[in-house]
Every structure is written in C-alpha cells, then in structure tokens.
Design a protein around this ligand. Structure first.
Ligand code: SAM
Ligand code: SF4
Length: 357
C-alpha cells in the first residue's frame, strides 16, 4: 500500500512523527503543568513585577487525565506507525505526558522499531522512572533518549518540576550513557528569573559528561496560560551570554534542514549545544513533524487550534488505505507556521503534556 507521501500545500514532506502515549505526568513543570503553589507564586511574582494586567488565578489548575480506554492501545499505535511509514515517515519519537508512566513501554518500542521503514526510534522523558526500565528499553531497540533537566540545583529543580528528583534524573542520564544510548540529550527550558542563572553550569555539566545539550525557549503551551513574553530568554540572548564564556563554533545545518536546533560545537572539541528558538526564530518553513496525541488525534502543528480524530478510524474498522488517505489529506492542510507574537495568536487549549513535545 502506498498512496503517496505526506506532502503539505507548502511543499514540506513529513518524516517525523511524535506520539504521545499518555497525558499523565508525575512532574508539574511550571512551563507545562503549573499546578503547584510554587508555580503559582512564581507567576504571581512575575506579573506583579511587570504590573501585568493579565488575569491570573492563584488557584492551582487541575487537569483531568483521559480515561485509559480513551488512549490509543499499543496495537493501534503500531498500526498507525505502519501506515505512516508507508507514507515516508521514518522517525518516531515516543513522548507524553511522561511516557514511562505507561505500562510495558519496551514492548511498544520493540513493535515500532520492527516496522519496515522506521530507521529511528527515540524517546523524551523526564527521567524520573528511567532507571528501572533502562535495560529493557535498550534491548527493545530504543537508541536515543532525551532527558528534560532544567536545573542542576535540587531546590530549583523542585521549584521548576514540582518534584524532588534532581538526583534521580542525573542518575538516569549516567545510566543511559553507560548502557550505550547515543546520543544522550538533555533539554532545558529556560525561564527568566527561574533558571536563567544556570545556563553556564548546565553547559559545563554537559561538556564534562559528553552530553548533547539543548536550550529551549519557553513556548505558550502551559496549562495555566500564564506564559508571558518577558519570561522567554531568546535564543539570541542565550547565545550572546554563552559566547562570553565559551568559544562556540557553528555546526553547518545544511545536512539536515529540518533540524530545529541551531547547533554549536566548542573550539576545544568537547561537547555540543543547541538552541531551539521557536518563539523568536520560528523554523516552521522546514518543519517535517506531525504529532499524535495520546487520545489519537493528529496535530499538524504544535500550535494547531484544530485536532483531527484518528481514533474513530482506527477503532471503527477503517482499512489501512483509508487511514493513509486521511493522513495525506490532513497533511495537505498543515499550517504554514505558528503565529506567536502576532495580534491574532491564540494559545492552543491543550498543553504540551497532552500534545507531546
Ligand atoms: N515528560 C517528558 C519530558 O518532560 O521530557 C516528555 C513530554 S514533555 C511535554 C516534552 C518536552 O517538552 C520536554 O523537553 C519539555 O521540557 C518540553 N516543554 C514542555 N512544555 C514546554 C513549554 N511550554 N515550552 C517549551 N518546552 C516545553
Ligand atoms: Fe511532565 Fe514533561 Fe510536562 Fe514536565 S514537561 S510536566 S515532565 S510532561
């Protein structure tokens, strides 16, 4: 079966599918699920500081998890990936919520990795539960893993994630390296007034351990809709700061135009960092990504305001050819790009934890 490729009306061809396998999470990151008192206090202090009139409630936001029977089963995910692979998707990222909260994730990895055409299976995790699953994940065929770690300081880490887990995440990173995952990446979302004083220590940490570090701009995808432009440390500002301490050498991006990070090596040959600046330097023109939420909805952009129900097709007995045709049709309508910063920007109702980062 091959009804074509996943080409949108702007000429971009989709190769990268990100699948959220659960909307649940054991963390409460203040840029994603800011449900803690500390997150509320942080935002309140910032709003006061800039006399921001944005209405803001101190009541922690509570998010209702989807019931289990509304989540795609592993069989359904496998089938969807098979269909997507027949249309040229070759890269899968398993994400969430926290993917390792779902049962038997190695089984899913093995199924997905075995699908013809899939050449790369990766996972994004907060790392807290990684240690207990690491070997099984590796054996199942997972090669690459990205950990989210925004802070090296246990108390700041707790403020940012709502969880006392800095040591666990560091251990998970070390274990991933010991087991031969490569590359092991660390993602850090930088928030002004929260962890922007940690960017140099994070670089030192990553260089000492041969980790690939990515700094990510804070995007308006938090459940509290508390995002404010002045909390974003722009990619440019980050780079200027880092250049004062480190001798950075740009890495040529031509080999992979869909790469979201501006990558830099260090003149002494040790380490690599990347800056992902979707807010201030959108890379939508080269986007080759699609996302499927845990409840089986296709999102053609992180910032889509519409989702497309694939679950009903998968559960309603639609043949593969019909699912493929629907994917082709939906991709044709992919948005040209996001509209952050424009007067008509509307933040999607669902958060990063539902969409899958
Ligand atoms: N729970 C896993 C984790 O945190 O790694 C996987 C899901 S999480 C939604 C995926 C990525 O999205 C993480 O690296 C996280 O830092 C990032 N993220 C979440 N909310 C974000 C936001 N508002 N702006 C930028 N990145 C965000
Ligand atoms: Fe959970 Fe990841 Fe969102 Fe943090 S970023 S709350 S770990 S889904």
């Amino acid at each position: 079966m091959n009804v074509g490729e996943l080409r949108d009306s702007h000429g971009r061809v989709m190769r990268d599918l990100r699948i959220s396998i659960t909307d649940r999470c054991n963390f409460r990151c203040l840029y994603c699920l800011p449900e803690t008192e500390e997150a509320a206090n942080f935002y309140r202090s910032r709003f006061d500081a800039v006399r921001n009139p944005k209405p803001f409630s101190l009541e922690p936001i509570r998010y209702e998890w989807k019931p289990r029977d509304r989540l795609l089963t592993y069989e359904e995910i496998e089938r969807l990936v098979r269909v997507a692979a027949s249309l040229g998707v070759d890269k899968i990222r398993i994400t969430g919520g926290e993917p390792l909260l779902r049962r038997a994730v190695p089984e899913l990895i093995a199924r997905v990795a075995a699908i013809p055409g899939i050449r790369d299976v990766a996972m994004t995790t907060n790392g807290f539960l990684f240690a207990r699953h690491a070997e099984a994940l590796r054996k199942a065929g997972l090669k690459r893993v990205s950990f989210s770690m925004d802070s090296l300081d246990p108390s700041n880490f707790k403020k940012m994630t709502g969880r006392d887990g800095q040591a666990e995440v560091q251990q998970a990173i070390a274990q991933a390296q010991a087991l031969g995952f490569a590359p092991v990446k660390v993602n850090a979302v930088v928030i002004r007034g929260m962890n922007d004083h940690e960017i140099e220590p994070l670089v030192d940490f990553a260089r000492d351990r041969d980790l690939v570090l990515r700094f990510i701009e804070f995007m308006p995808l938090d459940s509290g809709h508390a995002w404010q432009r002045d909390l974003v440390v722009s990619g440019r500002e980050l780079l200027e700061r880092l250049r004062k301490r480190f001798d950075l050498v740009p890495i040529d991006a031509r080999a992979n135009p869909a790469e979201t990070a501006r990558r830099y090596a260090f003149a002494d040959g040790r380490g690599e960092i990347g800056i992902i600046a979707p807010v201030t330097e959108p890379f939508c023109g080269h986007c080759n990504r699609l996302r499927v939420t845990a409840d089986g909805r296709l999102r053609t952009c992180l910032f889509s305001l519409h989702e497309h129900d694939l679950m009903s097709l998968l559960r309603g007995g639609a043949p593969d050819a019909e699912i493929a045709a629907r994917l082709v049709e939906l991709v044709r309508g992919k948005e040209a790009g996001h509209r952050i910063g424009r007067a008509d920007f509307v933040q999607p109702a669902r958060t990063m934890s539902c969409i899958g980062g």
